[in-house]
Design a protein around this ligand. Structure first.
Ligand code: IMP
Ligand code: MG
Length: 191
């Protein structure tokens, strides 16, 4: 059988799990929930690069409280689709979060190891409060009881791409979230 050629567009998806419209509606709802939760507060939003970049950009525009934006990079997976090693913080914050309300925004809670490590790291700065918001949650993959305070969608145990989530740095620009065709996952992992 001749393997399919990747196009790095929506055409490479086998299934769409969350549509562009579902994302838009849910991000607005999350913005309303967060705006109630942080009413009158000045919040430092910490976006976890690169996966949470697209989600964060939309989410902060759905929130009507005062914000500062900072970014943090944690690396664990590289180009692989799973890893057991604890993530490393490779790009620390630019701003001082001590005594501040902090909202950490991430793309997905898979094993939960990344967000747990990030919370531990940020706690050292003694923020006034530390909350978490993830776009996607894969509860069947959690390695501990750790969970996010706010979440967009619960999804099954599938490797997904789109709306910021990548496979070997591809597909982050898709407007929906979906599962890649199986033969493309194999091809890319040998690239
Ligand atoms: P963790 O297992 O919760 O530590 O997930 C760490 C990171 O792995 C996430 O922030 C994502 O960047 C990446 N990741 C986990 N599951 C997926 C997926 O289904 N698609 C794309 N990236 C994923
Ligand atoms: Mg990530």
């Amino acid at each position: 059988m001749i393997a399919a050629t990747p196009r790095y567009t929506e055409a490479d998806l086998e299934t769409i799990l969350v549509s562009k419209e579902q994302i838009r509606k849910r991000v607005e709802e999350l913005g309303r929930d967060l705006s109630k939760h942080f009413e009158g507060k000045d919040v430092t939003v910490v976006s976890i690069l690169s996966g949470a970049l697209v989600f964060t950009a939309d989410l902060i525009r759905s929130c009507d409280f005062a914000t500062r934006l900072d970014c943090l990079r944690a690396e664990s997976y590289g180009n692989l689709m799973s890893a057991d090693a604890p993530p490393r913080i490779t790009n620390p914050l630019k701003t001082d979060i001590s005594g501040r309300h902090v909202l950490v925004v991430d793309d997905i809670l898979d094993s939960g190891n990344t967000l747990r490590a990030i919370i531990k790291y940020l706690s050292q700065a003694e923020p006034a409060s530390l909350s978490t918001c993830v776009l996607l949650d894969k509860p069947s993959r959690h390695s501990s009881e750790f969970t996010a305070d706010f979440k967009g969608f619960t999804i099954p145990d599938e490797f997904v791409v789109g709306y910021g989530l990548d496979f070997a740095e591809r597909y982050r620009n898709l407007s929906c979230i979906g599962v890649l065709k199986k033969d493309l996952q194999k091809q890319e992992s040998h690239a």
